[in-house]
Design a protein around this ligand. Sequence first.
Ligand code: ZN
Ligand code: ZN
Length: 323
Amino acid sequence: MKAIRFDGDNVALAEIPVPVIAGESLVRVVAVGVCNTDLEIVRGYAGFRGTLGHEFVGVVESSPDPSWIGARVVGEINCGCGSCARCAAGDPRHCSDRTVLGIVNRDGAMAEYVSLPERNLLRVPDCVSDDRAIFVEPLAAACEILHQVAIDDSTTVALIGDGKLGLLIGQVLATTGARLTAYGRHRSKLAVLETKGATVRLSSDGHEDVRGAFDVVVEASGSTSGFAMAQAIVRPRGTIVLKSTIHGDVPFDATSLIVNEVTLVGSRCGRFEWALEMLEHGVVDVESMISRRMRLDDGDAVLAAAAEPGVLKVLVEVGDERN
Ligand SMILES: [Zn+2]
Ligand SMILES: [Zn+2]
């Protein structure tokens, strides 16, 4: 089968065997999204080698449980060992022996087929198109914030970053009724958050007027300047949520965090069920975030396209079938 792979130096389309992992389900991939994490992996994040991609929708081709065969599915990306204390507690996302689809020791979904345990699979309701389904994983990551931090209509929240993940986070935050201000570099990208009731501001306009103003600041820009800004605009005893996967070190001013008693919250993957429900009910607008449609055969060009300024989601179509 064809797969887009990273060998530590280069990304290229390769011909590899269809994955056969005992006890797992084989999924024929229909579409896969390019994520910023993929771009960070190519810069060295997580030291990953293998097939890239973790935001997919596909159809189950074979499974130990035949009831899955033919089901249209998305897949939770973390695969726990199944036997440690974290896994037993129902939290395979933090199993120390986990593999992560296309990120840690497990070939990803930028391929004709992908293998996952059936416990990782979720059926996609008919009303959720393939185009929407590829957003389940990043949307779940956005929803994770609401599981970690109490946010309601009395909370003042600032979002920094108007990339793919930032725009999903902004839409999820807007569902809480929080008083949301979104900072970004592109008025055109921020427009979707304005329609959800957020105040939108350009980061370039500065933030002197909002020093120490926000209960919660979500940093999703993935830049060091974004982190510095988060520290400047969070209120004393407020919370900063770190939502970007960045390869490399991020310098920060520890003194201001300590003196102001700021809570730092790291935030990564979330549960898929809630995200699927949001897509089912049309709570978030994701279609408008698809900037380009490409094919698996485009190989490394799909990553180059996703890295271009102003490009949001690059959707990679695999095979011929479309829903
Ligand atoms: Zn992702
Ligand atoms: Zn485990």
